[in-house]
Design a protein around this ligand. Structure first.
Ligand SMILES: [Fe+2]
Length: 477
């Protein structure tokens, strides 16, 4: 026992020496004596510890780039202040290099500027309102102070951009200085850069699922069984089977079970009333997915555990059968992973997010709300909106979140090649610059709640992306 502890300590110090983050997952792997022996032997033989943890990547083609690993703790008001300051700094960094933000200055320095002088500032939106003359008045804040920004009604394009702005997002503004006010000429949102879309050297597919809701009375058994059979090459038209034969990655973006106690009287609508049994059944179903397909699975707001984002992986205490699926990689929500890298291809960076914040933006952003689409068809529009903001839930009220004082984990710092989500129960896709956005649908029939609020889910639709052509096909089961 003592020997094992010494070995463990030596492994951890070797990891630290090579700047490897010793996270919870790594420590869990070190709870297995055979891994301790294997790794210790490799390290004493002079092997680089990085090779040990990347072993999984070699076999699955999946590497976790970013996941959140922080112990729960009591949060203070100061944490919220620091959190928003951190968000400001992170997005400020993305905006500072923008050509369209000339004569960039801080808000406190505006006092020394001449009347009508042209300047730019970067600020977080503290307030937004409409004046009695129907101009839009923003209040922007940076680390040095606050300032009012007027967007004139006559500037139509600028007004349209301003109408879509939400509280707490970070933007750049260029304009001229007035008396304690800026008259805006342009508004700059961070967005992602224009760059070429990557394509895989070989033809391989990834599919996107969300909201399986195992355990719900409305779980679509037949559709899900058809889907599983399709992954095995046993279901579908010859064209669909051809896609299945090249399927290598399956992303499941949360709500894999229906959960327990998620909303009032949910127990009346459950076919499996016990949360552990729900995960057991889910794991039984997913275990039938062929082993050459790697599943990457994150939780959603129906899953067990803390739902504040970043949401940790499924709690092992309740969802242990999920951990026994050999071809499943369980991740937190959101998460950034790289897939399909090879010696001559960097792979695709995939941002995965359940999408709890989407409801808010599909209603409060005028260009999305009035896009002529039904509320259930807006997921991809919301995803584009958030990618442009470089934040998964900028508005304070749009999701529950951890106010980490060190950095804002919901800022989209690294530009993803693929952005996968769900939550809305209807599949959708669009390309924005170099990124393909895909919302998965669900495997749950329309619930009474959805009927009441006018949602129109489309269960059993699975979007599949050809990573060579970047075309997305919708498979119906
Ligand atoms: Fe959800």
């Amino acid at each position: 026992m003592e020997q094992l502890l010494i070995k463990k300590k030596e492994i951890v110090s070797a990891f630290l020496k090579h700047n490897i983050l010793v996270n919870r997952e790594l420590l869990e792997r070190l709870n297995q004596p055979h891994i301790v022996d294997e790794w210790h032997q490799a390290i004493t033989q002079g092997k680089n510890p990085k090779e040990l943890i990347e072993k999984k990547q070699e076999t699955t083609g999946v590497r976790i780039i970013w996941e959140y690993d922080d112990k729960p703790k009591k949060r203070t008001v100061q944490d919220f202040v620091d959190y928003f300051n951190a968000r400001y700094r992170q997005i400020q960094k993305l905006l500072t290099s923008r050509q369209d933000l000339q004569n960039l200055t801080s808000i406190s320095r505006l006092r020394s500027k001449k009347d009508s002088e042209k300047i730019s500032i970067i600020g977080i939106i503290q307030d937004k309102g409409t004046t009695k003359n129907e101009h839009i008045m923003l209040t922007l804040e940076d680390t040095t102070g606050t300032i009012k920004v007027l967007v004139r009604k006559s500037a139509q394009d600028l007004m349209n951009t301003a109408k879509d702005l939400v509280f707490d997002e970070v933007i750049g503004v260029s304009g001229s200085v007035g008396d304690n006010i800026i008259f805006a000429d342009s508004i700059v949102i961070p967005d992602i850069p224009i760059q070429q879309m990557k394509s895989s050297p070989d033809e391989v597919y990834a599919c996107v699922l969300s909201c399986v809701h195992v355990g719900s009375g409305g779980f679509e058994h037949e559709k899900f069984n058809n889907f599983i059979q399709w992954t095995q090459g046993e279901f579908g038209t010859p064209e669909q089977r051809a896609v299945a034969s090249k399927l290598k990655y399956m992303f499941i973006c949360g709500d894999i079970v229906d959960g327990v106690g998620i909303y009032p009287s949910q127990e009346k609508e459950l076919s499996i009333p016990d949360i552990r049994e729900q995960y057991k059944e889910c794991a039984r179903l997913l275990s039938q997915v062929p082993k050459h397909i790697t599943m990457i699975i994150c939780p959603g707001n129906h899953d067990v555990g803390r739902i504040s984002e970043p949401q940790p992986k499924f709690l092992k205490e309740y969802a242990s059968p999920m951990y026994d699926i050999p071809n499943a990689i369980l991740v937190c929500n959101p998460c950034l992973v790289n897939i399909h890298a090879s010696d001559n291809f960097p792979g695709f960076d995939v941002l995965m997010y359940h999408g709890y914040s989407f409801d808010d933006y599909s209603e409060c952003v005028p260009s999305i709300k009035h896009s002529g689409t039904h509320i259930s068809d807006r997921a991809a529009l919301v995803m584009r909106f958030l990618l442009q903001r470089r934040h998964l839930a900028p508005q304070h009220s749009s999701t529950l979140y951890i106010p980490d004082p060190r950095y804002d984990p919901l800022v989209i710092e690294r530009v993803p090649d693929l952005f996968f989500a769900g939550h809305i129960h209807k599949a959708g896709t669009l390309n924005h610059r170099s990124c393909t956005l895909i919302a998965g649908s669900c495997f749950q029939a329309k619930t009474d709640f959805q009927e009441k609020v006018g949602h129109d889910p489309e269960p059993g639709v699975v979007p599949c992306i050809n990573l060579k052509t970047r075309n997305v096909a919708f498979m119906r089961f």
